[in-house]
Design a protein around this ligand. Sequence first.
Ligand SMILES: NC(=O)c1ccc[n+]([C@@H]2O[C@H](COP(=O)([O-])OP(=O)(O)OC[C@H]3O[C@@H](n4cnc5c(N)ncnc54)[C@H](O)[C@@H]3O)[C@@H](O)[C@H]2O)c1
Length: 441
Amino acid sequence: MNQQPKSLQTSRRGFLKKSSILVAGGAVGSGLSLARAAHPFGTDTIKIGLVGCGGRGTGATIQAMNTSGGDVNLVAMGDVFDDRLQGSFRSIKGKHGDKVKVTKDTQFVGYDAFQNVLASDIDLVILATPPGFRPLHFETAVKAGKNVFMEKPVATDAPGIRRVLAASELAKEKGLAVQVGLQRRHEVAYKETMRQIKDGAIGDIVLARAYWNSGGVWVRPRQEKQTELEYQMRNWYYFNWLCGDHIDEQHIHNIDVINWLMDDFPVTAQGQGGREVRHGKDHGQIFDHHFVEFTYANGTKFISQCRHIRKCYNSVSEHAHGTKGTADISGGKIYKPSGELAWKTNGSRGGHQEEHHDLFRELRAGNVPNEAEYGAKSTMTAIFGRMATYSGQLIKWDDAINSELALADFDSLKSMDNEAPVKPNEDGSYPCPIPGETKVL
Ligand SMILES: NC(=O)c1ccc[n+]([C@@H]2O[C@H](COP(=O)([O-])OP(=O)(O)OC[C@H]3O[C@@H](n4cnc5c(N)ncnc54)[C@H](O)[C@@H]3O)[C@@H](O)[C@H]2O)c1
């Protein structure tokens, strides 16, 4: 199992100390560290590689290549499956033509594709596989001296979080930029609304709420001749070692907004969840609903809900209640206690493109954004919530982040013939958590 030595384990106090140093330098929120880049790119061509050529990897690459100030060329691509790589190649080529410099020699397929992409002549890598692989891929990218854009979430278990935090420190030492795909932090509408709240528009925060309640996502049914591992890799959303459950994979966006609001992360979590409708044969192990009550060190409660059940009330949003009013953060609106609208943003949305404009502008200016720390801590907050709903227990942050429970040994996977980290039960179903019985620490 991929377990971390004690030296890489982390405490909340240690993180807060580091955060306050960054606050003193005015860097928190912008995600900018004070370091300068090893290489200020100016108007030079920036060469990029893509690892994980699915929907988001393809989109993120196109958005990176849309940025201005100099060319961004794609020179290498890697995926475990050739069909995904070829589909992505065609889409990116369709948008960016000659700026796609990928040849047959720089298309890499298999579990070692990431190593081959990282050994290519690239300045920056986009990491967009399912999140379970992120700690291994991120650590390897930093060791290889590459700037990184990595999708959220950045892990599915606590050992993975500690690995990302350690690699983030190395990135800072090496002057490498790291951006995490929590794009709300780059949306003007969110930034303006958060600025209003932090300037006191609703007074002191007494309660926060966030939701990702929706109908759910795709299912990729088992195909003939697939090995068990290939099936789990294709249908990754439903396997925790790959996905982390939807509280980690999707609801992290809303959880991160509340951590941003609080400039902190919670100290305890308790909650409940389960599988009401998710009983299909391709529904793996994950819950279809979670409800978590997080508590921050100052006593403020954060109510978090995520649900994947059709024909229910849906909301993907974040809200703050203060002593002088309330904020619909996602809606960009501030209300007086009477309910009257006090302020509304005119700021733009579209964080997926904006985050790449921001990243490439900083790289060209010679700055070194580092979002890995809050990206990892917000991912950990989602995992923390999952630990609470799976176990049914009240969990403490320090116990959660120092947990040795690794969901898979990602480093050991070499081929689709390897044993899958999760085995099906005799009836073809998969082991699911049972609150009151499941151990999460
Ligand atoms: N920021 C956002 O709004 C947003 C939106 C969608 C997805 N995402 C994130 O992007 C990531 C990818 O999601 P997606 O929707 O593109 O999924 P996807 O299934 O479309 O793509 C994932 C790709 O990674 C490949 N892959 C899996 N393991 C690999 C490995 N070890 N090495 C190389 N390639 C590997 C798969 O074959 C697939 O092509 C996830 O972390 C997801 O949470 C973020």
